[in-house]
Design a protein around this ligand. Structure first.
Ligand code: ADP
Length: 285
């Protein structure tokens, strides 16, 4: 596979706290999901890749450009789309003016081309009817979609999205998946999420990130497979010490040791993730 993004020995610390220590990573075209607990360093990694944060050491190559070099960094910023965790949208701008402003920052100087690009990205996220609405009057989900729209400006070759599905309702999430999987057909998309359903439905590849290091790197079915033989369905409430929850059919789903009366169940991506990070993983280590 051809690599569009290469990271070598990346390190980043805040004060004395090392968040990422010596990370190696390659990305190629397709949709890669970054999954991990809060504080794992996902946002820090995404910000380094988006050239919003300078790493302490290591090398990054994105689309053949080196963000450590000022001239290449400027070129690179035109080729990257970035949805930050809290996109700094200006409340008094209209939706269209907000996206137009980002297009200006990306140096789309031709007015007509810019106008048509603004219209295109707003339509991609179903916001064309709200183009003249002020940002402060948009709902949380609409603001999130506006954040996605600005990331799509200029048809970026590398799209970085930090928790893009936060605040989206199920229908919008479905639309987001359709849009993102289409984008991933011929470019590199990296997104972070807490939604294992997004990973299962959308991502070609999943990276589980914990304490600034890669804990798992493979396909979503491979992540699910890690919990094979460790997922059970039981009529009786298991004792403590296992991960379990009651499902809609009134049975208990258990990840870990077989509970009394437990029947094997098909593992999901969420089970695989819990298996990697939950108490079961700690017990096995
Ligand atoms: P994630 O996105 O996986 O939740 P982050 O990259 O946001 O993780 O944060 C990783 C760790 O770095 C956390 O412990 C967080 O508190 C710390 N951190 C993040 N940003 C800063 C900052 N600007 N200053 C100090 N510590 C930070």
């Amino acid at each position: 596979m051809e690599h569009t993004v290469t990271v070598r020995e990346l390190a980043k610390r805040y004060g004395a706290k090392e968040v990422i220590g010596g990370l190696d990573l390659e990305l190629g075209p397709g949709v890669t999901g970054l999954l991990g607990p809060n504080g794992a360093g996902k946002t820090t990694l995404l910000r380094c890749l988006a050239t919003a944060l300078t790493p302490d050491s290591g090398r990054i190559d994105v689309l053949g450009l080196d963000p450590a070099d000022p001239a290449q960094r400027t070129r690179l910023r035109r080729l990257i789309g970035y949805l930050p965790q809290n996109p700094g949208l200006y409340p008094h701008f209209t939706a269209a003016a907000m996206v137009d402003y980002i297009a200006i920052l990306k140096e789309i100087t031709d007015r007509r081309a810019r106008k048509s690009e603004v219209r295109r990205v707003l339509a991609e996220v179903d916001l064309e009817d709200s183009a003249r609405t002020k940002v402060r009057k948009l709902s949380g989900g609409m603001r999130q979609r506006l954040g996605i729209a600005q990331a799509l400006i200029g048809d970026p070759g590398f799209l970085i999205m930090d928790e893009p599905t936060v605040g989206l309702d199920p229908e919008q999430r479905m639309r987001f998946r359709t849009l993102t999987s289409r984008l991933g057909e011929d470019r590199t998309v990296l997104l972070s999420t807490h939604q294992t359903e997004d990973i299962a439905a959308l991502c070609d590849r999943v990276i589980v990130f914990s304490k600034g290091a890669v804990l798992f790197d493979g396909t979503p079915p491979e992540l699910a497979d890690g919990a094979k033989g460790r997922v059970w369905s039981s009529d009786v409430r298991p004792d403590q010490g296992r991960i379990f929850w009651r499902t809609a059919d009134g049975r208990y789903r258990v990840v870990g040791e077989r509970p009394p009366g437990g029947k094997p169940a098909d593992p999901t991506v969420e089970d695989g993730y819990l298996r990697l990070l939950g108490p079961d993983a700690k017990a096995a280590a």
